[in-house]
Design a protein around this ligand. Sequence first.
Ligand code: FO1
Length: 350
Amino acid sequence: MSHAPSPDVSAPQGASPAARSIVALSGGVGGARFLRGTLSALRAGALPGVSPDAAVTVVANTADDWWIHGLKVCPDLDTVMYTLGGGIDVERGWGRSGETWAASEELAAYGVGPDWFGLGDRDLATHLVRTQMVEAGYPLSAVTAALCRRWEPGVELLPMTDDRVETHIAIADDEAPSGRRTVHFQEYWVRMRAQVPAEAVVVVGLDRATPAPGVTEAVAGADLVLLPPSNPVVSIGTILGVPGLREALQEGPAPVVGVSPIIGDSHVHGMARQLLDSLGVEVSASAVARHYGSRASGGILDGWLVADTDAHQVDAVRDAGIACAAVPLLMSDEEATGRMAAAATALVLA
Ligand code: FO1
Protein backbone atom coordinates (compact mmCIF):
# COMPACT_ATOMS: atom_id res chain seq x y z
CA MET A 1 0.00 0.00 0.00
CA SER A 2 1.55 3.30 -1.02
CA HIS A 3 1.83 5.93 1.73
CA ALA A 4 1.16 9.53 0.79
CA PRO A 5 4.29 11.52 1.76
CA SER A 6 3.73 13.29 5.09
CA PRO A 7 3.50 17.08 4.59
CA ASP A 8 6.75 18.88 5.37
CA VAL A 9 5.52 20.61 8.52
CA SER A 10 8.79 22.48 9.00
CA ALA A 11 8.42 24.78 5.98
CA PRO A 12 5.37 26.90 5.12
CA GLN A 13 3.54 25.39 2.15
CA GLY A 14 5.18 26.39 -1.13
CA ALA A 15 8.49 27.47 0.40
CA SER A 16 11.54 25.28 -0.18
CA PRO A 17 12.20 23.12 2.92
CA ALA A 18 14.44 24.89 5.42
CA ALA A 19 18.08 23.80 5.58
CA ARG A 20 18.59 21.48 8.54
CA SER A 21 22.26 20.51 8.22
CA ILE A 22 25.02 23.02 7.60
CA VAL A 23 28.74 22.44 7.04
CA ALA A 24 31.22 25.28 7.49
CA LEU A 25 34.93 25.13 6.62
CA SER A 26 36.99 27.29 8.95
CA GLY A 27 40.43 28.63 9.71
CA GLY A 28 41.18 30.40 12.96
CA VAL A 29 40.32 33.87 14.21
CA GLY A 30 38.24 35.18 11.28
CA GLY A 31 36.43 31.92 10.70
CA ALA A 32 35.58 31.47 14.38
CA ARG A 33 34.31 35.04 14.68
CA PHE A 34 32.08 34.50 11.63
CA LEU A 35 30.75 31.21 13.04
CA ARG A 36 29.88 32.83 16.36
CA GLY A 37 27.69 35.45 14.65
CA THR A 38 26.26 32.83 12.27
CA LEU A 39 25.19 30.55 15.13
CA SER A 40 23.51 33.33 17.10
CA ALA A 41 21.59 34.44 13.99
CA LEU A 42 20.72 30.82 13.15
CA ARG A 43 19.31 30.15 16.61
CA ALA A 44 17.29 33.36 16.42
CA GLY A 45 15.73 32.09 13.17
CA ALA A 46 17.34 35.02 11.32
CA LEU A 47 19.02 33.04 8.52
CA PRO A 48 16.76 32.92 5.42
CA GLY A 49 16.07 29.32 4.36
CA VAL A 50 17.70 27.83 7.46
CA SER A 51 15.81 26.02 10.22
CA PRO A 52 16.54 27.48 13.71
CA ASP A 53 17.36 23.98 14.92
CA ALA A 54 19.74 23.19 12.05
CA ALA A 55 22.79 21.12 12.99
CA VAL A 56 26.19 22.66 12.19
CA THR A 57 29.39 20.76 11.45
CA VAL A 58 32.63 22.77 11.38
CA VAL A 59 35.57 21.33 9.42
CA ALA A 60 38.66 23.15 10.69
CA ASN A 61 42.07 23.61 9.11
CA THR A 62 44.84 21.66 10.83
CA ALA A 63 47.81 22.69 8.68
CA ASP A 64 48.66 25.50 11.14
CA ASP A 65 49.31 22.82 13.76
CA TRP A 66 52.77 22.56 15.18
CA TRP A 67 54.74 20.75 17.85
CA ILE A 68 56.34 23.03 20.43
CA HIS A 69 57.97 22.00 23.74
CA GLY A 70 56.87 18.45 22.88
CA LEU A 71 53.21 19.49 22.73
CA LYS A 72 50.83 19.41 19.75
CA VAL A 73 49.23 22.83 19.31
CA CYS A 74 46.18 23.08 17.00
CA PRO A 75 45.50 26.84 16.64
CA ASP A 76 42.46 26.72 14.35
CA LEU A 77 40.70 23.84 16.14
CA ASP A 78 41.32 25.54 19.50
CA THR A 79 40.26 28.99 18.30
CA VAL A 80 36.93 27.62 17.01
CA MET A 81 36.44 25.48 20.15
CA TYR A 82 37.24 28.33 22.57
CA THR A 83 35.29 30.96 20.58
CA LEU A 84 32.10 28.88 20.29
CA GLY A 85 32.57 27.36 23.76
CA GLY A 86 32.96 30.72 25.51
CA GLY A 87 36.60 30.30 26.54
CA ILE A 88 38.29 32.58 24.02
CA ASP A 89 40.18 35.77 24.84
CA VAL A 90 37.97 38.03 22.72
CA GLU A 91 40.56 40.81 22.49
CA ARG A 92 43.31 38.59 21.07
CA GLY A 93 40.97 36.32 19.14
CA TRP A 94 43.07 33.29 20.14
CA GLY A 95 44.00 31.57 23.40
CA ARG A 96 42.12 31.49 26.67
CA SER A 97 40.38 34.30 28.52
CA GLY A 98 41.76 35.09 32.00
CA GLU A 99 45.10 33.76 30.85
CA THR A 100 48.36 33.85 32.85
CA TRP A 101 51.86 33.31 31.44
CA ALA A 102 53.88 31.83 34.31
CA ALA A 103 55.01 28.72 32.41
CA SER A 104 56.09 30.84 29.43
CA GLU A 105 58.04 33.16 31.74
CA GLU A 106 59.75 30.17 33.36
CA LEU A 107 60.68 28.75 29.94
CA ALA A 108 62.15 32.14 28.98
CA ALA A 109 64.10 32.19 32.27
CA TYR A 110 65.69 28.91 31.18
CA GLY A 111 66.43 30.46 27.80
CA VAL A 112 64.20 27.85 26.18
CA GLY A 113 62.47 29.35 23.18
CA PRO A 114 60.73 30.25 21.08
CA ASP A 115 59.92 33.31 23.14
CA TRP A 116 57.73 34.81 20.40
CA PHE A 117 54.89 32.25 20.56
CA GLY A 118 52.52 32.99 23.45
CA LEU A 119 51.59 29.81 25.31
CA GLY A 120 49.33 30.66 28.22
CA ASP A 121 49.02 28.49 31.33
CA ARG A 122 45.34 27.66 30.73
CA ASP A 123 45.95 27.00 27.02
CA LEU A 124 48.83 24.67 27.95
CA ALA A 125 46.36 22.34 29.67
CA THR A 126 44.57 21.85 26.34
CA HIS A 127 47.84 20.96 24.64
CA LEU A 128 48.83 18.61 27.49
CA VAL A 129 45.49 16.73 27.26
CA ARG A 130 45.67 16.58 23.46
CA THR A 131 49.29 15.44 23.40
CA GLN A 132 48.65 12.70 25.97
CA MET A 133 45.73 11.39 23.89
CA VAL A 134 47.59 11.64 20.56
CA GLU A 135 50.60 9.82 22.04
CA ALA A 136 48.23 7.15 23.42
CA GLY A 137 47.13 6.56 19.83
CA TYR A 138 43.84 8.46 19.64
CA PRO A 139 43.23 10.14 16.25
CA LEU A 140 42.96 13.94 16.26
CA SER A 141 39.20 13.71 15.56
CA ALA A 142 38.67 11.66 18.75
CA VAL A 143 40.87 14.05 20.73
CA THR A 144 38.89 17.03 19.43
CA ALA A 145 35.59 15.35 20.36
CA ALA A 146 36.94 14.71 23.87
CA LEU A 147 38.04 18.34 24.34
CA CYS A 148 34.66 19.51 23.03
CA ARG A 149 32.88 17.50 25.72
CA ARG A 150 34.17 20.19 28.09
CA TRP A 151 33.64 23.21 25.87
CA GLU A 152 30.31 22.23 24.22
CA PRO A 153 30.79 24.56 21.20
CA GLY A 154 27.27 23.76 19.96
CA VAL A 155 28.62 22.38 16.67
CA GLU A 156 30.29 19.16 15.66
CA LEU A 157 33.95 20.22 15.35
CA LEU A 158 36.02 18.05 13.01
CA PRO A 159 39.66 18.38 11.95
CA MET A 160 39.94 18.36 8.14
CA THR A 161 42.12 15.25 8.48
CA ASP A 162 43.57 13.03 11.22
CA ASP A 163 46.85 12.88 9.33
CA ARG A 164 49.76 15.16 10.16
CA VAL A 165 49.83 18.14 7.76
CA GLU A 166 51.96 21.29 8.19
CA THR A 167 52.11 24.54 6.22
CA HIS A 168 55.63 25.81 5.64
CA ILE A 169 56.46 29.08 3.91
CA ALA A 170 59.48 29.47 1.63
CA ILE A 171 61.18 32.85 2.06
CA ALA A 172 64.25 34.41 0.46
CA ASP A 173 67.54 33.73 2.27
CA ASP A 174 70.67 34.86 0.49
CA GLU A 175 72.84 32.83 2.89
CA ALA A 176 71.20 29.61 1.66
CA PRO A 177 72.71 27.92 -1.43
CA SER A 178 69.21 27.76 -2.97
CA GLY A 179 68.58 31.40 -2.00
CA ARG A 180 65.57 30.23 -0.01
CA ARG A 181 64.68 28.63 3.30
CA THR A 182 61.36 27.47 4.69
CA VAL A 183 59.84 28.41 8.01
CA HIS A 184 56.83 26.86 9.73
CA PHE A 185 53.67 28.90 9.14
CA GLN A 186 53.55 29.90 12.83
CA GLU A 187 57.02 31.40 12.60
CA TYR A 188 56.11 33.22 9.36
CA TRP A 189 52.97 34.65 10.91
CA VAL A 190 53.71 35.11 14.64
CA ARG A 191 57.45 35.91 14.64
CA MET A 192 57.81 37.54 11.21
CA ARG A 193 54.25 38.97 11.06
CA ALA A 194 54.30 38.00 7.39
CA GLN A 195 56.53 41.03 6.77
CA VAL A 196 58.66 39.22 4.16
CA PRO A 197 57.27 37.99 0.84
CA ALA A 198 56.14 34.35 0.78
CA GLU A 199 57.94 32.83 -2.20
CA ALA A 200 56.01 29.54 -1.94
CA VAL A 201 53.53 27.83 0.33
CA VAL A 202 54.35 24.17 0.94
CA VAL A 203 51.74 22.12 2.81
CA VAL A 204 53.75 19.13 3.97
CA GLY A 205 51.75 15.88 3.99
CA LEU A 206 48.64 17.31 2.35
CA ASP A 207 48.74 15.12 -0.76
CA ARG A 208 48.80 11.95 1.41
CA ALA A 209 46.11 13.10 3.84
CA THR A 210 42.60 11.65 3.94
CA PRO A 211 39.48 13.45 5.21
CA ALA A 212 38.84 12.83 8.90
CA PRO A 213 35.95 10.48 9.80
CA GLY A 214 32.62 12.20 9.30
CA VAL A 215 33.88 14.99 7.03
CA THR A 216 32.80 13.68 3.61
CA GLU A 217 29.65 12.23 5.17
CA ALA A 218 28.75 15.68 6.59
CA VAL A 219 29.29 17.29 3.18
CA ALA A 220 27.24 14.59 1.42
CA GLY A 221 24.36 15.15 3.84
CA ALA A 222 24.53 18.94 3.96
CA ASP A 223 21.78 21.34 2.86
CA LEU A 224 24.25 24.27 2.88
CA VAL A 225 28.04 24.74 2.91
CA LEU A 226 29.51 28.00 4.25
CA LEU A 227 33.01 29.37 3.56
CA PRO A 228 33.72 32.02 6.24
CA PRO A 229 36.16 34.86 5.41
CA SER A 230 39.13 32.67 6.37
CA ASN A 231 42.43 32.73 4.52
CA PRO A 232 41.83 31.34 1.01
CA VAL A 233 45.37 29.92 0.81
CA VAL A 234 46.43 28.51 4.20
CA SER A 235 42.99 27.90 5.77
CA ILE A 236 40.17 27.26 3.27
CA GLY A 237 42.81 26.45 0.64
CA THR A 238 44.42 23.73 2.72
CA ILE A 239 41.05 22.22 3.68
CA LEU A 240 40.12 22.07 -0.04
CA GLY A 241 43.52 20.50 -0.66
CA VAL A 242 42.72 17.36 1.38
CA PRO A 243 42.26 14.75 -1.37
CA GLY A 244 38.55 14.04 -1.87
CA LEU A 245 37.21 17.16 -0.14
CA ARG A 246 36.92 19.45 -3.15
CA GLU A 247 35.19 16.65 -5.07
CA ALA A 248 32.80 16.06 -2.16
CA LEU A 249 31.76 19.71 -2.35
CA GLN A 250 31.44 19.70 -6.15
CA GLU A 251 29.37 16.49 -6.19
CA GLY A 252 27.46 17.23 -2.99
CA PRO A 253 23.83 18.38 -2.94
CA ALA A 254 24.43 21.54 -0.93
CA PRO A 255 24.91 25.01 -2.39
CA VAL A 256 28.30 26.45 -1.40
CA VAL A 257 28.41 30.13 -0.44
CA GLY A 258 31.46 32.06 0.68
CA VAL A 259 32.34 35.42 2.22
CA SER A 260 35.23 37.37 0.74
CA PRO A 261 38.22 37.68 3.10
CA ILE A 262 39.48 40.54 0.91
CA ILE A 263 38.02 44.03 1.10
CA GLY A 264 39.50 46.49 -1.37
CA ASP A 265 43.04 45.32 -2.11
CA SER A 266 43.88 43.58 1.15
CA HIS A 267 42.76 41.28 3.96
CA VAL A 268 40.93 42.58 7.01
CA HIS A 269 43.47 40.84 9.26
CA GLY A 270 46.03 38.06 8.84
CA MET A 271 48.19 37.61 5.80
CA ALA A 272 45.93 36.63 2.86
CA ARG A 273 47.41 39.38 0.68
CA GLN A 274 50.97 38.05 1.00
CA LEU A 275 49.88 34.48 0.31
CA LEU A 276 47.64 35.32 -2.65
CA ASP A 277 50.62 37.26 -4.06
CA SER A 278 52.75 34.11 -3.70
CA LEU A 279 50.19 32.24 -5.84
CA GLY A 280 49.99 35.07 -8.37
CA VAL A 281 46.29 35.54 -7.58
CA GLU A 282 45.08 39.14 -7.78
CA VAL A 283 44.21 40.43 -4.29
CA SER A 284 40.54 41.28 -4.79
CA ALA A 285 37.17 39.89 -3.77
CA SER A 286 36.30 38.84 -7.33
CA ALA A 287 39.71 37.23 -7.92
CA VAL A 288 39.33 35.06 -4.82
CA ALA A 289 35.87 33.99 -6.05
CA ARG A 290 37.39 33.03 -9.40
CA HIS A 291 40.23 31.28 -7.54
CA TYR A 292 37.66 29.03 -5.81
CA GLY A 293 35.79 28.78 -9.11
CA SER A 294 32.12 28.43 -9.93
CA ARG A 295 30.61 24.98 -9.60
CA ALA A 296 29.67 25.09 -13.28
CA SER A 297 33.32 25.62 -14.25
CA GLY A 298 34.58 22.75 -12.07
CA GLY A 299 35.06 24.91 -8.98
CA ILE A 300 32.99 24.89 -5.82
CA LEU A 301 31.14 28.21 -5.50
CA ASP A 302 27.42 28.86 -5.99
CA GLY A 303 27.40 32.21 -4.18
CA TRP A 304 29.90 34.85 -3.03
CA LEU A 305 29.53 37.93 -0.80
CA VAL A 306 31.70 40.95 -1.50
CA ALA A 307 31.92 44.06 0.66
CA ASP A 308 29.59 46.97 -0.04
CA THR A 309 32.67 49.02 -0.91
CA ASP A 310 33.47 46.43 -3.61
CA ALA A 311 30.00 46.55 -5.20
CA HIS A 312 31.65 47.40 -8.55
CA GLN A 313 32.98 43.81 -8.61
CA VAL A 314 29.58 42.10 -8.36
CA ASP A 315 29.17 41.84 -12.13
CA ALA A 316 32.60 40.23 -12.54
CA VAL A 317 31.64 37.55 -10.00
CA ARG A 318 28.29 36.96 -11.66
CA ASP A 319 30.02 36.74 -15.06
CA ALA A 320 32.09 33.91 -13.54
CA GLY A 321 28.82 32.01 -12.96
CA ILE A 322 28.58 32.73 -9.23
CA ALA A 323 25.63 34.47 -7.56
CA CYS A 324 26.87 37.60 -5.83
CA ALA A 325 25.76 40.38 -3.48
CA ALA A 326 27.61 43.34 -1.96
CA VAL A 327 26.99 43.84 1.77
CA PRO A 328 28.94 45.29 4.74
CA LEU A 329 31.58 42.66 5.65
CA LEU A 330 33.19 44.08 8.78
CA MET A 331 32.52 41.69 11.67
CA SER A 332 32.34 44.58 14.14
CA ASP A 333 30.02 42.66 16.48
CA GLU A 334 27.86 39.53 16.57
CA GLU A 335 24.83 41.25 15.05
CA ALA A 336 26.84 42.62 12.10
CA THR A 337 28.29 39.16 11.55
CA GLY A 338 24.82 37.59 11.77
CA ARG A 339 23.64 39.96 9.05
CA MET A 340 26.52 38.81 6.84
CA ALA A 341 25.52 35.18 7.38
CA ALA A 342 21.88 36.03 6.56
CA ALA A 343 22.98 37.70 3.32
CA ALA A 344 24.99 34.57 2.48
CA THR A 345 22.13 32.11 3.03
CA ALA A 346 19.66 34.41 1.24
CA LEU A 347 21.98 34.36 -1.78
CA VAL A 348 21.72 30.58 -2.30
CA LEU A 349 18.70 29.34 -0.33
CA ALA A 350 15.88 31.88 -0.54
N1 FO1 B 1 49.00 34.42 17.32
C1 FO1 B 1 49.85 35.47 17.53
O1 FO1 B 1 49.78 36.46 16.78
N2 FO1 B 1 50.77 35.45 18.55
C2 FO1 B 1 50.90 34.39 19.38
O2 FO1 B 1 51.76 34.41 20.27
C3 FO1 B 1 50.01 33.28 19.20
C4 FO1 B 1 50.05 32.17 20.05
C5 FO1 B 1 49.07 31.16 19.88
C6 FO1 B 1 49.01 30.08 20.77
C7 FO1 B 1 48.05 29.10 20.62
C8 FO1 B 1 47.13 29.18 19.58
O3 FO1 B 1 46.17 28.24 19.45
C9 FO1 B 1 47.16 30.25 18.68
C10 FO1 B 1 48.14 31.24 18.83
N3 FO1 B 1 48.19 32.33 17.95
C11 FO1 B 1 49.06 33.35 18.14
C12 FO1 B 1 47.26 32.43 16.81
C13 FO1 B 1 47.71 31.59 15.64
O4 FO1 B 1 49.01 31.81 15.28
C14 FO1 B 1 46.79 31.90 14.46
O5 FO1 B 1 45.52 32.16 14.95
C15 FO1 B 1 46.56 30.76 13.50
O6 FO1 B 1 47.62 29.93 13.37
C16 FO1 B 1 46.15 31.39 12.17
O7 FO1 B 1 44.78 31.26 12.05
